[in-house]
Structure formats: C-alpha cells, structure tokens
Ligand binder design. Structure first.
Ligand SMILES: [Zn+2]
Length: 114
C-alpha cells in the first residue's frame, strides 16, 4: 500500500469502516510509515473534537487522544490476529478432512482390490 492509498483510508479506518482485506495492509503501512501515522494522529484529533492543537503539550486530553488511537490500533491488530487464527484453523480442518477422505478411499481401494 502506498502513502496515498493509506491516506485515503485513514478516515474510514477511524470510523471502523475499513474492509478486512484493506485493514491488514493499512495497519502494516501506518506501523512502518511515520508520515502516515502522524497524518492519522492529526485526523483522529480533529474528529475527536479537539480543536485546540496549539494548547500546551502536556495537557491530559492530548495524552488521552493518543491513548484512544493506540487502543484502536491495538484492537485492530488483535482483530487481524483473530482473523488469521480462524483462517489457519479453517485450513487445518480442511487438511484433516482431506487426509481422512484420502485414507478412507485408500482403505476402500484395498478392500476392492484384494
Ligand atoms: Zn505512508
């Protein structure tokens, strides 16, 4: 995902409207790209209704906004991890079913051929 693509998705992400397929690439990009992360922080602050960006750096509300964004990103990572685990488990079940069918088929062949 490029910076341009990531930036187009910041608003959707903050509103939890980003499709699963795009969420993974988006999180991966902003985790690595400081510029897009900063862009998201600013967008998040604006939509969180914090207009006084030039107020003192140490204000608690500033920290809370950052904390809220970090929490959202952590939740996204857990969400993606859960999707991954579900996918792996589904694949494992598929594999088990495949081998079970194959073994039953081989046993059946032996009965037929012997
Ligand atoms: Zn970027």
């Amino acid at each position: 995902m490029t910076c341009l693509e990531a930036r187009k998705r910041i608003y959707d992400y903050l509103k939890n409207k980003l499709p699963d397929a795009e969420l993974k690439e988006f999180i991966e990009h902003v985790s690595k790209c400081d510029a897009c992360m900063e862009e998201m922080r600013i967008t998040h602050m604006v939509y969180s209704g914090v207009a006084e960006l030039d107020s003192d750096e140490d204000s608690d509300s500033d920290l809370d906004i950052d904390g809220a964004l970090k929490r959202q990103m952590t939740e996204s990572r857990f969400y993606l991890l859960r999707l991954f685990v579900i996918k792996v488990m589904a694949m494992s079940v598929d594999t088990i079913v495949f081998w079970a069918v194959l073994i039953i088929f081989i046993m059946q062949m032996r009965i037929w051929l012997l």
